[in-house]
Design a protein around this ligand. Structure first.
Ligand SMILES: *Cc1c(COP(=O)(O)O)cnc(C)c1O
Length: 424
């Protein structure tokens, strides 16, 4: 093997790039194709009526809630929509504060602002997920709900988080967009809080391109979410007769419905989820077994996994000794044709100029304008130092079930080659 790094003109470990790290889509096949064809041939792409509706979205909801053991599941158009619906379901109001982790995708904070509430950022710990002790200290009377995010397959510390939310009497929403199928102490992410939400976007563990789903046990939360997602109407009556159409639940809604085409793919993907996770966990274990001791001797840290048995295995996440090393390692590994990236551009969510400056779609800066005087919420860099430090040093290798044993070998070879040159 050529020891010279590809970035310095050497021969790369791989002559062709690794396949894209899209877990669900990487195992698309005849099953998804046939399911979509069925919807097309029945000329019925809309869930609620048509020539000959196959009921794919309804089937997906049923499979999803049965797998997770929750009373209700509502499929919708995206993970962002699922979050908005979850916040509406539990009754978050304009002017409320909602705590979100400093490390998440924009959508977690964006959804909060859409319902008129103000996101407040809580620091994380070495797991990359929200820190329960910091959370406990941050909850004040204006906080109506907490959104926790199991980042990249790593479940959150749910026993402590549930206890903190109970103690303060605030709603708990789990944004498990990236961690469908992960578990804490044997229980699925998305089944601990009042509401659990998921995304089916391309990067996620199962994917229909775009799509989302949320789950809950409360009849009232389900009816509010279902109404809001369908222009205020409640068409679930026929499907779920135990739910009453309650006039006191009427509300003006939007359109966050899932199409039958997405539903058809989602059903087939859900049937494959245990295979997807099983294979990714295997790949991750091979990589970590081979590289962890060597990299740790160079001062690299592997993120703390809160429950090894419940990790979805979708990512190898490392913290390099410094931000400079993280950038050098990333660039060198990519030049070897091993795909890696920096989570969230190495920055916490509030570093986005729109959030940092509280620039909404509205000239009066709604929702931020509602909290004034001593209740005013402001953001600044340095606010969540652990998140800023860990993110600045992060390099991640996203995995896919479609990786072959050779792909896994190449990742190991590439990581060790680059580590030796960049970190030793
Ligand atoms: C992807 C993601 C979302 C948004 O999902 P979309 O389907 O893209 O709208 C929300 N939260 C987290 C943590 C995500 O990773």
């Amino acid at each position: 093997m050529d020891k010279t790094l590809a970035i310095n003109g050497g021969t790369p470990v791989r002559s062709v790039k690794l396949p894209g790290p899209y877990p669900g889509a990487s195992v698309y096949g005849k099953e998804e194709a046939d399911a979509v064809t069925e919807v097309v041939m029945r000329k019925s792409p809309f869930r609620y009526y048509g020539v000959d509706v196959a009921g794919k979205v309804r089937d997906f909801e049923k499979m999803f809630r049965e797998r997770h053991g929750r009373k209700y599941a509502l499929a919708c158009s995206s993970g962002t929509a699922a979050l908005i619906l979850g916040l509406i379901a539990v009754g978050v109001q304009p002017g409320d504060k909602v705590i979100v982790p400093a490390n998440s995708f924009y959508a977690t904070a964006g959804a909060v602002t859409v319902v008129g509430a103000v996101p407040v950022f809580c620091d994380i710990n070495h797991s990359m997920n929200i820190d329960p002790e910091t959370l406990d200290k941050m909850i004040d009377p204006l906080v109506k709900a907490v959104v926790v995010v199991p980042i990249l397959g790593n479940p959150c510390q749910m026993d402590q988080i549930v206890a903190v939310c109970k103690k303060h009497g605030v709603h708990l929403i789990e944004d498990a967009a990236q961690s469908c199928g992960s578990k804490f102490h044997g229980q699925f992410s998305g089944t601990f809080g009042d509401v659990g939400t998921f995304s089916l976007q391309l990067n996620k563990i199962i994917s229909s391109g775009e799509g989302g789903i949320l789950m809950m046990d409360s009849d009232d939360y389900f009816e509010r979410a279902a109404r809001f997602h369908d222009q205020g109407s409640f068409r679930e009556k026929a499907l779920l007769p135990e739910i009453k159409d309650k006039p006191n639940q009427y509300l003006i809604g939007q359109n966050y419905r899932m199409s039958e085409v997405a539903g058809a793919i989602a059903c087939e993907q859900l049937k494959k989820i245990d295979f997807i996770i099983g294979r990714m966990r295997e790949i991750k274990k091979s990589i970590k077994d081979a590289v962890q001791p060597v990299l740790e001797s160079y001062g690299v840290e592997f993120r703390t996994i809160i429950d090894e048995d419940g990790d979805a295995g979708s990512t190898v996440m490392m913290y390099m000794p410094t931000a400079e090393k993280a950038m050098a390692f990333h660039d060198a590994l990519r030049a070897e044709n091993i795909f890696c990236s920096h989570l969230y551009d190495r920055k916490p969510i509030y570093a986005a100029p729109s959030l940092l400056g509280q620039i909404s779609a509205y000239e009066n800066r709604f929702p931020f304008n509602q909290l004034t005087g001593e209740n005013k919420v402001e953001y600044h860099m340095g606010m969540c130092p652990v998140a800023e430090d860990l993110l600045s040093r992060n390099v991640m290798i996203p995995l896919a079930p479609a990786f072959t044993d050779q792909d896994t070998e190449d990742i190991i070879t590439g990581v060790l080659k680059v580590a030796k040159e960049i970190l030793a």
